[in-house]
Design a protein around this ligand. Sequence first.
Ligand SMILES: NC(=O)c1ccc[n+]([C@@H]2O[C@H](COP(=O)([O-])OP(=O)(O)OC[C@H]3O[C@@H](n4cnc5c(N)ncnc54)[C@H](O)[C@@H]3O)[C@@H](O)[C@H]2O)c1
Ligand SMILES: O=C(O)CC[C@@H](O)C(=O)O
Length: 388
Amino acid sequence: MYKIRTYNTIAIEGLDQFPRDRYEVASEIAEPDGILLRSASLHELEFPKGLKAIARAGAGVNNVPVQRCTEQGIVVFNSPGANANAVKELVMAGLLLSSRGIYAGMNFAAGMANISSDEMGPMMEAQKKQFKGQELMGKTLGVIGLGAIGSNVANMALNMGMNVIGFDPAISVDAAWRLPSQVQKAENIQQLLGRSDYVTLHVPAIPATQNLLNKDTLATLKQGARVLNFARGSIVNSADMIEALDAGTVACYVTDFPEPGLINRTDVLAMPHIGASTSEAEANCAIMGAQQLVEFIEHGNIRNSVNFPNCELERTTAHRLCFANQNVPKVLSHVLNLLAEQNLNVVDMLNKSRDNIAYNILDLETAPSQAVLDAIADDEQVFHLRSI
Ligand SMILES: NC(=O)c1ccc[n+]([C@@H]2O[C@H](COP(=O)([O-])OP(=O)(O)OC[C@H]3O[C@@H](n4cnc5c(N)ncnc54)[C@H](O)[C@@H]3O)[C@@H](O)[C@H]2O)c1
Ligand SMILES: O=C(O)CC[C@@H](O)C(=O)O
């Protein structure tokens, strides 16, 4: 039986991807083959020896020590795009909530429970001027990070009649193709901040994006801009944001990652990390993560990894060898020679590399002996050898 350890509540649609006759899936497994998780932090976890792969049911992998996983030959997956629509829809809500007196107006209305119907009408008409807002149409939205979520948000904003300016120095070719031509390109973050009435963040939490919005960058914002952070807390310096709110540079901060100083301010709309909390997104992410684990554990295929090369080969025989190796010359030829010496015919094979790591899938006509497996494993450049 393969063993999968789960962290957090994983959608049942994802758990159902593990055939029950071959998988034991639980939150209390000591020696798992795979881990499926959402936001639990694995930074302090010592990985059990047999752990082969970790699937993050979500986009961000800042809760997984990816570098350490790579060093230990553990493949890390995420689920790109699987929750992008959910986040986009909450960004839409954030844009509206930050523009109109919806939240304060609803609180006001809730306070009228004991007012008579005769008094209610005049009271609302007298007070509603407090809740006047502004429209989105014609305003400019700055989108920082134009990947799965950012490009969806850009499209949505254009459809709502907004102008969109984007900044993404590392945009992938696929993401660039997805982007509508009306999105203007900012040369740098300052240019985007200076031209935007609304700014929304959709970058990963990595060293390069830590405190991306800080005292200096916030100072280049248009006076009275609204800022939305559905990415990660570390991307915005909270103390600097509080100063910008106090100074009125930022009229409203909508955040899915509040910190103590941001709570109970009328100019902050704080949410408890619910950007991806829809049944659809939770199911999509869990299904993708679980399928990636099954494909890797049973067939060695790697799809949507953040640290290993993606490598998928349709299975042609019942005897598959998979191994990773240091991305240096002669390793593959050495392995092929070892197989040839044993008259083992390779029917199909794939070799892919990413940075220092290469990964190989070889379908053999007949089963390899333990002796040949031991000889391959003895190559110092080879790791993660499996015969499956
Ligand atoms: N609130 C939530 O529940 C929730 C849900 C999903 C994702 N997220 C967060 O949103 C992030 C983005 O998700 P995604 O699915 O769009 O990921 P993605 O990988 O598709 O897109 C991220 C984009 O950011 C760009 N980028 C990287 N560094 C940048 C920089 N310094 N400046 C500008 N752009 C930069 C990349 O080139 C890429 O195009 C995730 O990493 C995660 O942290 C939050
Ligand atoms: O699992 C969640 O609810 C959040 C996922 C989100 O943070 C992500 O990075 O995709």
